[in-house]
Design a protein around this ligand. Structure first.
Ligand code: FO1
Length: 453
């Protein structure tokens, strides 16, 4: 049974008598997906067939070929798993809100179910669909353990303010997942296989950011990675997670971003692990409290993607220091080409460009140095976001927006002592890194011939 608190209605129409449609967007997986489970349940309750639609936006928040490639490969796997369960997947290109509404009207759909995202463009798609759809329209938070709208009714200040709210609800939401119910599917519902190459040709993305070759996309790869981490990485997580050379991070963030992995499943599995309590707690803090705090920030702060969203104390303090002398100052293109004076920063940027991944600890250093070496704090915010969304496989995710807002804008942090350029924003430097890990080793693993370390 699906906990009704995970679902909410986005329009006032009643359930109709036509087929049920799951409009898949963010949670691109077959297993451990509350939105798909709810759609199966609705189909059975109403005695109607079920189909899944993915609406393809040919450009989406600066996504590049790298992102679409990763997404398409994951969706191909979803198509196969759905087909094995007798559920067709259809991809439709166009403005998503309009496209799903026209399709559902034409089909005579009785119910449309979608998954949840706090991001503005996706909310715009859904607002359009809520106005245009001829039938009941439900949203299911399949991404968070505690549904974002249940966790808190407002923007939270920090981890310490959201943690007790999440902890109070944790036990009722941190459950196992049932298998998707078998759904009655008449022959009339058969749909042609998706022509993936044709859709790949429609994408209006930057082709110069090429796909990554050493990270396999999809639900199966995500589960393998989780299993490997639980068996071999988790035990060292608490002591090694801030060491980018230690290799004991989960590596799940691209999979979580595209919904190939469920955070709830990962947290549940981690809670069963026999690894040290400290490591389990530390991993669960990241995947549960910090991740859901990021969702809360994007859901309740419409300026999550700009300098305007940061707290007043941080804005005032940064503006007081806007005219401070910068020892180094770079333009976006110099950052992009990893052409700073700092081999550690350049190595982090090269890892991002080449692998689509930047270690969590280095991501903070990387963003804070962009603040230190940019003409203004607002331009630093924009440059960090641009680079992150252009290269990171987990770009344009609430975690990314909030991470940059934390590093550059003090979001969810507190004021520190005042210093040049940073004002009261927490400072980080290379000697702090050297106390935590072997910096030359990190640089050696990500340096290139143009920027010898
Ligand atoms: N979701 C969609 O429903 N349609 C898309 O065309 C689409 C493209 C896309 C490209 C890059 C990327 O990182 C994510 C993309 N998503 C797409 C997924 C999605 O909507 C986002 O991951 C979430 O909204 C983030 O909260």
């Amino acid at each position: 049974m699906i906990d009704q608190r995970r679902t909410r209605k986005l329009n006032l129409k009643a359930d109709g008598l036509g087929p049920v449609v799951y409009w898949m967007s963010r949670d691109q997986r077959f297993r451990h997906n509350w939105a798909l489970l709810y759609a199966c349940h609705k189909a059975n309750e109403l005695g109607r067939p079920l189909e899944v639609i993915f609406t393809l936006a040919p450009c989406f928040l600066g996504a590049s070929k790298r992102h679409y490639d990763f997404m398409f490969k994951g969706l191909r796997e979803v198509e196969t798993s759905l087909r094995d369960a007798g559920i067709p997947l259809t991809v439709l290109a166009g403005e998503p809100g309009q496209t799903i509404s026209s399709y559902a009207s034409h089909l005579g759909a009785g119910v449309v179910v979608t998954d949840f995202s706090p991001l503005k463009p996706v909310r715009d798609w859904k607002n359009r669909a809520a106005a245009l759809l001829p039938c009941a329209f439900y949203e299911v938070d399949a991404h968070n353990i505690v549904p974002c709208w249940k966790a808190s009714p407002r923007q939270e200040f920090a981890a310490r303010t959201i943690r007790p709210k999440l902890e109070a609800l944790r036990d009722t939401f941190l459950t196992t997942f049932p298998h998707p119910e078998a759904v009655y599917q008449p022959d009339t519902l058969s749909r042609p296989a998706v022509l993936w190459e044709e859709f790949a040709d429609m994408i209006e993305a930057d082709n110069s950011v090429i796909p990554v070759s050493d990270l396999e996309p999809g639900e199966r790869a995500a589960e393998k990675r989780l299993r490997q981490f639980l068996d071999h990485g988790l035990d060292d997580y608490a002591k090694g997670r801030n060491d980018p050379n230690a290799g004991c991070v989960s590596g799940l963030s691209p999979y979580l971003h595209f919904g190939h992995a469920s955070a709830q499943y990962a947290v549940y599995q981690a809670s069963l692990s026999s690894s040290s309590q400290e490591s389990r707690d530390s991993f669960i803090e990241e995947l549960f409290v910090r991740r859901e705090l990021a969702e809360n920030y994007c859901f309740y702060n419409s300026n999550y993607d700009s300098f305007d969203g940061i707290p007043d104390w941080a804005k005032a303090s940064l503006m007081n220091h806007a005219a401070d002398h910068r020892e180094y100052s770079y333009k976006a293109a110099q950052f992009d080409r990893a052409e700073t004076h700092d081999p550690l920063w350049n190595a982090a940027q090269i890892s991002l460009v080449e692998t689509g991944i930047i270690h969590g600890y280095m991501r903070m250093y990387w963003a804070k140095k962009i603040l230190e070496w940019s003409a203004t704090p607002a331009s630093a915010f924009d440059i960090a976001l641009w680079l992150n969304d252009r290269y990171a496989l987990d770009g344009r995710d609430p975690n990314g927006y909030t991470g940059i807002a934390w590093s550059i804008g003090g979001v969810h942090d507190r004021p520190w002592f005042d210093r040049p350029v940073y004002g009261k924003i927490r400072y980080m430097n290379a000697s702090g890194c050297a106390r935590k890990f072997d910096v030359p080793r990190y640089i050696a693993s990500f340096s290139d011939k143009n920027n010898p370390a």
